[in-house]
Design a protein around this ligand. Structure first.
Ligand code: GDP
Length: 138
């Protein structure tokens, strides 16, 4: 059964010109890219996306970072896409990420960590709908 997840190439990786390298890894790992768009979020849009984290101490800093420059949002499809994409990304903190993961290779810090991925089917549905209308998922 194929599944969809929402991926983001975050502003730190876009700034370092790593969009192409990350998309190459996505394709090499067997995901279908069902939708893709470059966005520059406003602070309010970043706050809406990360609303579940609003009580966390790092929320102001995270949403400032996520609205600091352009990002690339993608819908990825594969069997078990949510777990498969989180496995490719690696741990949130690049210092703890396994060798061969995107965050080990591309992330700068626990906050500027190159990529985002949905963590469960309900969050994937919310996050995909946050950026894409049904007719854009082809
Ligand atoms: P994820 O699912 O691996 O992205 O991690 P979380 O859902 O726990 O956190 C969301 C995002 O907030 C992370 O990807 C980081 O960009 C940021 N973040 C998480 N933990 C911290 C932290 O302790 N400090 C800071 N500054 N940012 C964090």
């Amino acid at each position: 059964m194929s599944e969809r997840t929402l991926a983001i190439i975050k502003p730190d990786a876009v700034e370092r010109r790593q969009i192409g390298a990350i998309i190459q890894r996505i394709e090499n790992t067997g995901f279908q890219i069902r939708a893709i768009r470059r966005v520059h979020l406003s602070k309010a849009q970043a706050e809406g996306f990360y609303a579940v984290h609003r009580e966390r101490p790092f929320f102001p800093s995270l949403t400032a970072f996520m609205s600091s420059g352009p990002a690339v949002v993608l819908v990825l499809e594969a069997a078990g896409a949510i777990k498969k994409w989180r496995a490719l990304m690696g741990a949130t903190d690049p210092a703890k990420a396994d060798a061969g993961t995107l965050r080990k290779e591309f992330a700068e810090s626990i906050e500027r960590n190159a990529t985002h991925g949905s963590d469960a089917p309900e969050t994937a549905a919310y996050e995909i709908a946050y950026f894409f209308a049904g007719f854009e998922l082809v």
